[in-house]
Design a binder for this molecule. Structure first.
Ligand code: UN1
Length: 512
């Protein structure tokens, strides 16, 4: 846990109580004295929560398994109906949920609204999907036979999510898992437990109001890395998804793999944009600014590297610094803010350490200073940094979860792509150009090696309809739209003989 166990319980702050009251979710059920929850906006402790013990975890798994056994035989379109009903709650409470996202993780109000919208969007997607879990019919080589594949629910879906998208990333997995007939156990980041308790509380309301849905279909467990390990090593959980750092993902992957479970990993990114001399500069500036500083650089899709043609680099950097200077840094619940706080002190330390290292490696650092420390000594606000680098040095290859944009220059497009792909992560990428050859080269097999490759938009802000994830140390998993539902089901290949003969495949004559 981030906080010491057995911290003293504090009185829950009124804004937290008010939000849970509006949502009609019983906060009192979750309070305790083990996990101190602070608000990144002001750094104050706002409540203390109970955490999940090992025996409670085991009971949670047993309940989830019982729920799965009922849910798997509920027809998929009726499973979709649960998601549709849940989504109505989310739509009704969109503003309140956004306020909670802001309180929990420090994301600005506007971005928090966007995140809740992402939940609504994936619900709509999942409801439609509940009537489209198609299997193939396959031509067979044998007469009077039919071959088909059928998709069945898999079991308990265990989900480990990060602080930075405390509700959207859960919904990408959980909503699809639910229509696929799985039950869900969610371990949110211990930095953002409140949104998880609230969202699951709303889902619980939809479940209890719907007679097709069994109790305990979706449960939340609260705790830190130890609890994540329990989830990853639990043999009764056939599928585990994890979003977070590469280090955490390596552990989850090894633990789930050792018991031959299935994992979906969506880990770190070190996302870059190439800006060529043929780009629309105005558009490129806007695209780069949002991707680099949005969510205070704390998206896994945040832009961390800019690879820019030598001939335009100086002018582009001037314009970028000018655009950065106009950004408003402030408390995230205020309106008109572009940049809210970092999640905590460790994130700030990570940023300042990386900037110091970048200097050592020859970087020219602009920005990156801490601000508002006098009025809010326990909250961590920073100016976003732009760092001109002489080369793609060690620190540039490292993902720092903060608003640092490293700028490097190139001369040929081949060189740009080599720099682009020269890191261990492979999540998101972009090229800004109006030159069709450059754009298509970037999207080709010899171009960007990332799971997301964009033209003339930034690296962040993906829609839910596409599969989301990336290659190399990003972990290879895909969440959200497209055909990611297949992860959550088991596929059975069925061969049916409706003749009175027994022809063997491959023409084998048994005993001939
Ligand atoms: C994340 O940071 O883990 O594409 C998810 C985006 C958002 C999701 C980011 N839709 O930036």
């Amino acid at each position: 846990l981030a906080q010491p166990a057995n911290a003293k319980a504090i009185e829950t702050r009124k804004d937290v109580c008010d939000i849970f009251e509006k949502l009609n979710v019983p906060l009192a059920d979750f309070l305790g004295d083990e996990l101190v929850k602070s608000s990144p906006g002001d750094g104050d402790a706002i409540c203390t929560l109970a955490t999940t013990s090992e025996s409670q975890f085991n009971e949670t798994v047993d309940r989830a398994q019982a729920a799965f056994l009922k849910w798997r035989t509920t027809p998929a379109p009726l499973r979709g109906e649960l998601v549709r009903r849940f989504c109505e709650h989310v739509r009704t409470h969109k503003d309140t949920l956004a306020a909670l996202v802001t309180l929990d993780c420090g994301k600005t109000h506007e971005e928090a609204l966007g995140e809740v919208q992402e939940v609504i969007d994936i619900c709509d997607f999942a409801v439609g999907l509940s009537r489209q879990l198609y299997g193939l019919t396959i031509a067979t080589e044998r007469p009077n036979h039919r071959m088909a594949e059928t998709w069945h629910p898999l079991g308990i879906f265990g989900q480990i999510t990060a602080f930075n998208f405390p509700v959207a990333v859960w919904s990408w997995g959980a909503m699809i898992a639910l229509v696929c007939g799985d039950s869900v156990i969610w371990k949110p980041s211990e930095k953002t437990p409140l949104t998880a308790l609230a969202m699951n509380g709303l889902l619980q309301q939809a479940i209890s109001q719907y007679d097709q849905a069994p109790d305990n279909l979706a449960q939340v467990i609260i705790g830190g890395a130890d609890l994540g390990h329990m989830l990853a090593s639990c043999k009764q959980i056939p599928i585990v998804s994890a979003t977070g750092s590469c280090r955490m993902g390596e552990h989850v992957s090894a633990t789930v793999g050792a018991r031959l479970g299935r994992s979906i990993l969506e880990l770190g990114g070190n996302n870059a944009a190439i800006v060529t001399p043929e780009a629309d500069m105005e558009l490129a500036i806007r695209g780069v600014v949002f991707a680099a500083v949005g969510t205070t650089g704390q998206r896994c899709t945040s832009m961390r590297r800019l690879i820019i043609h030598k001939s335009i680099a100086d002018e582009f950097c001037d314009r970028l610094r000018n655009a950065y200077s106009q950004l408003v840094i402030g408390q995230p619940q205020e309106r008109g803010i572009h940049i809210g706080p970092l999640i905590d002190e460790a994130a700030y330390k990570g940023m300042s350490d990386s900037l110091a290292k970048a200097k050592e490696e020859g970087g020219d650092v602009w920005g990156g200073e801490r601000v508002m420390a006098d009025s809010l000594p326990n909250a961590y606000y920073v100016k976003p940094a732009i760092v001109r680098m002489p080369a793609q040095t060690e620190i540039v290859k490292h993902e720092t979860f903060a608003p640092i944009l490293y700028v490097m220059t190139y001369e040929t497009i081949e060189e740009a792509i080599a720099l682009h792909n020269g890191v261990t992560q492979g999540l998101s990428s972009a090229i800004f150009t109006n030159n069709m050859r450059e754009a298509e080269y970037f999207l080709s097999a010899a171009g960007s090696d990332c799971g997301i490759a964009n033209v003339n938009i930034g690296t962040s802000g993906a829609e839910i309809g596409g599969a989301f994830g990336g290659e190399k140390n990003t972990g290879g998993g895909r969440a959200a739209g497209s055909d990611t539902w297949k992860n959550f089901m088991r596929r059975a290949t069925n061969t049916i003989n409706y003749s009175s003969e027994l022809p063997l495949a491959q023409g084998v004559e048994f005993g001939a």
